[in-house]
Design a protein around this ligand. Structure first.
Ligand code: ADP
Ligand code: ZN
Length: 831
């Protein structure tokens, strides 16, 4: 009797669209479950994939090969709900499903297969023969192979030729070798009773040691490690073996259970405070939505209004109801306090998914969630895929933050994926912010999100006063960038023993080196941006591609010697100048160059311990820090970010100013904020100074409406880049033309590029903007152009974008192999 063959559908972890069918061999049938990782053949290589349909009929005309192996034991890596979520992400963001699944799995846990070259028996023999007739090079490689297999990839060309020659003579061959995952959990042996206790007692009778082991296992309830057992009953290890033979206990291997990772910040256990009326109202509104269908909320609370306390209470209630919780934060290394507050309240029921942890530790935390040992996941963007079952609440803290959007590879927005995950799970989703994104705020206005507000700080801490200093009147000094009023304020703050934060909005193109004689400025040869000067190393760096060079003595353009000026607003230079201006002050710096997460945490900890008087930094200082000693916040130049050619420039500037202002006055003494600017009337600056979100929202919504920008319409950016500027420009122009044709006929999908499309409607549903060179026109030697598609109709928008990609994928000529065309759905940035 032959059974009908079973086929399974797999998403491979390669940048290819689609899912593929494989036959399931009988011995792998049980473990080929949805979410399990498998090893499959794809073309000539073996790759890992994730099973998306355990059983799926083989489409006609397709031949399927066998699944080579299943890499997970009985528990698949991804729970089925997460597989579905990944498929949704792949579909919505036009990304390969396997790539999304890779993002969902912990880094370094992938088991791959690599191809190696190994000796055949004949080869081994030949290697042993001293006087073989082979050429010297071949003999050398043969000897090398005799010591061990060599990977196929990454060998130099000359080596490849020799290897090929050996293979053709039958002396060597290519084989698959299972590459081990970098991050793996250790395994341990455990034992558990498999019969009823009384039954077990009866069967061991008077054997003392056996009885002791049975009693221990019965008392422990869950599987007990052999090491633990041996500690309590010496000699248990041998006894257990006999009990296993008698089928009284089962002994098996499982992943070692790790302890929760320790987190740096001090773990003060603070008793939960009495909620303010606003907080209590928010908590009740959210928790009473539990157990029903999906419900989104916007928690709009001014900085320091106690949003975190609301999250904590809501999560406690979710746990009461045996549900789990997911908390997304912008960047954990910047907010160690937040993670510590969760740990302080919930202990090791919290798993921290933190990119600063080792892959091993991260896998440990991930596994605690997967096994249900931890029920609260706290992490940044990719934690939206945390393997939690039965999610009751998803919190997105600082939901406006740009870091939730991944801007390479799978370009998903974690906040939006969180909303979809909550919807699918029938959970509550809480989006918290002091400066909500326009998207979320307009949903709350329309009533599609429940709106909760916290207008007051819980204790007697008023919002800080904000003064605007017009830099056209108060000329700042050259290096420290301080106007007289800000300089005086810092002096006063120092005298009072309080702390100051100075924020330098460095986005924009303000740091550069130039020749005073001829005006020559130094730009990256690979990217169309100025180089940034770093005093510490006396070098100029490109912040995009890491290109760097020394500052020359003579100008390369006019040859003048000694005319090179190091100009700019770099934090490093400012921090040095500030330190000179206030010689008694302890000055620290916080920006991307203070590279690693651990160093960032160290600087923040010094500020918390009051070992720093003045902290100078970029965006990083604006995040949710809660330092009671900070009474003064100075913004050195508010408008650098306003000049960026991006429709979100104003929103971002407002958010940064409001957030950094919120760092002042969190302790007992009131806070003061000074914003220096050349554009004191810019709406973002005025509204931030007045703590007036509503004013900003109204003005910005009107401005966006004029151009149909989100949230009024939806956008997809089509990005084209390549090494040849003419090819890029030409392709961009052709694609834009195609887009315009498709825009009038959004019902047509998949038109071959040669087919002319007759326009049907005169007013297109989808508006095509561009093609235009990107504001940063050249990046890492690749020219970049973009086409913007805009529409109020999401489906029409997708159809046009897909039609364009279809043309790209099926172009017979025109789209060169070095050109890349990619879609960015709901783009956050125009750069
Ligand atoms: P947000 O997240 O809104 O910026 P936090 O949750 O960090 O604000 O709260 C700011 C400070 O207020 C924290 O130190 C927190 O412990 C404290 N806090 C929060 N709620 C209360 C309350 N009900 N009573 C007293 N203090 C509170
Ligand atoms: Zn560069």
């Amino acid at each position: 009797m032959t059974l009908a063959a079973r086929y399974t559908e797999v998403a491979v972890t390669l940048p290819v669209a689609g899912r593929f069918h494989y036959r399931v061999p009988t011995h792998l049938a049980a473990r080929t479950q949805v979410g399990a990782r498998v090893l499959v053949r794809f073309g000539t290589r073996k790759v890992t994939g994730v099973v998306v349909r355990a059983e799926s009929p083989l489409p006609e005309g397709i031949k399927a090969v066998d699944v080579s192996d299943v890499l997970d034991d009985d528990v698949p890596a991804l729970p089925p709900e997460l597989v579905e979520l990944c498929l949704w992400v792949a579909d919505y963001y036009e990304a390969p499903p396997g790539e999304v699944m890779r993002a969902a799995l912990p880094a370094g846990s992938g088991i791959g297969a690599r191809q190696v070259v190994a000796l055949t028996d004949a080869g081994r023999e030949a290697a042993g023969e001293m006087g073989s007739a082979l050429p010297a090079k071949q003999r050398a490689v043969l000897a090398k192979l005799a010591q061990g297999d060599l990977p196929v990839a990454g060998q130099p060309k000359g080596m490849k030729h020799v290897i090929e020659a050996l293979i053709s003579q039958g002396l060597a061959e290519q084989r698959d070798q299972r590459a081990k995952a970098r991050a793996r959990l250790k395994r341990e042996r455990v034992a558990k009773l498999i019969v009823e206790v009384n039954d077990a007692r009866e069967r061991v009778g008077r054997a003392k040691k056996r009885l002791a082991v049975v009693e221990e296992l019965a008392a422990f309830g869950v599987p007990m490690t052999l090491a633990q057992l041996e500690q309590r009953v010496p000699g248990a290890k041998t006894v257990v073996r006999d009990l296993a033979k008698a089928a009284i206990v089962d002994v098996f291997e499982r992943e070692m259970h790790l302890d929760a990772v320790a987190i740096g910040a001090d773990m003060l256990v603070i008793p939960p405070p009495v909620l303010t009326d606003e907080q209590a109202h928010a908590v009740t509104s959210i928790t009473s939505a539990f157990g029903g269908a999906f419900r989104p909320f916007l928690l709009h609370g001014v900085t320091g209004s106690g949003k975190t306390e609301v999250y904590l209470r809501v999560i406690a209630e979710a746990l009461e109801q045996a549900k789990t919780a997911l908390v997304l934060v912008p960047e954990i290394s910047l907010t160690p306090q937040l993670a510590a507050r969760f740990r302080a309240r919930f202990g090791d029921r919290v798993a921290i998914l933190h990119s600063g942890l080792s892959e091993q530790a991260r896998l440990g935390e991930w596994s605690r969630l997967r096994r249900g040992e931890a029920s609260i996941a706290v992490g940044a963007r990719s934690a939206v895929f945390a393997p939690l079952a039965n999610v009751g609440v998803i919190v997105v803290d600082e939901e406006h933050d740009g870091s939730f959007k991944q801007d390479e590879g799978v370009r998903y927005h974690a906040r939006d994926v969180a909303l979809v995950r909550a919807q699918r799970a029938g959970a509550v989703c809480v989006l918290g912010s002091a400066t909500p994104s326009l998207e979320s705020a307009s949903h709350a206005e329309k009533g599609t999100y429940g709106k909760l507000v916290l207008t007051q700080r819980p204790t007697a801490r008023p919002m800080p006063t904000v003064e605007i200093v017009d830099l056209r009147t108060y000329v700042p000094d050259g290096d420290a960038l301080l106007s007289a009023p800000l300089r005086t304020a810092i002096g006063t703050t120092l005298a009072a023993g309080d702390q100051t934060i100075l924020f330098l909005n460095r986005r924009g193109f303000a740091t550069f080196v130039l020749c005073k004689a001829c005006g020559h400025s130094f730009r990256c040869p690979h990217c169309s941006v100025s180089l940034t000067y770093h005093r510490h190393s006396d070098r100029m760096n490109c912040h995009y591609c890491n290109y760097h060079q020394r500052v020359p003595e003579a100008c390369p353009s006019c040859k003048a010697v000694g005319a090179i000026e190091r100009k700019g607003l770099g934090t490093e230079k400012v921090a040095d100048a500030i330190a000179e201006a206030f010689p008694t002050a302890r000055v620290a710096r916080l920006d991307r160059d203070v590279a690693s997460g651990a160093k960032v945490e160290a600087v923040l900890a010094r500020v918390a311990r009051r070992e720093v008087d003045i902290l100078v930094g970029t965006q990083m200082v604006t995040k949710g820090h809660d330092f009671p000693g900070v009474t003064l916040v100075g913004v050195l130049c508010a408008d650098t970010g306003l000049n960026i050619p991006d429709f979100r420039a104003s929103e971002r500037t407002f958010q940064l100013l409001a957030q950094v202002a919120g760092r002042a006055g969190r302790g007992d003494r009131p806070g003061r904020v000074i914003i220096q600017t050349y554009r004191p009337t810019a709406p973002a600056v005025v509204a931030a100074a007045a703590h007036d979100y509503a004013q900003f929202f109204a003005a910005e919504m009107t401005a966006r409406a004029e151009l149909g920008y989100p949230p009024h319409g939806r956008l997809i950016a089509v990005r084209i880049d390549g090494p040849d500027e003419h090819a890029v420009a030409g392709t961009a122009q052709r694609l834009a033309k195609l887009a315009e044709q498709l825009a009038c006929r959004p019902d047509i999908v998949g038109v071959a590029p040669s087919t002319a499309v007759e326009p049907e409607r005169s007013t297109p549903v989808v508006e095509v903007r561009g093609p235009v060179p990107a504001p940063i026109e050249k990046l890492r030697n690749r020219t970049r152009w973009q086409i913007w598609l805009r529409s109020a109709d999401r489906h029409a928008l997708r159809r046009v974008a897909r039609g364009m990609m279809f043309a790209v994928d099926h172009a017979t000529n025109g789209i060169g192999s070095n050109l890349r065309v990619s879609l960015d759905v709901d783009p956050m940035s125009a750069l």
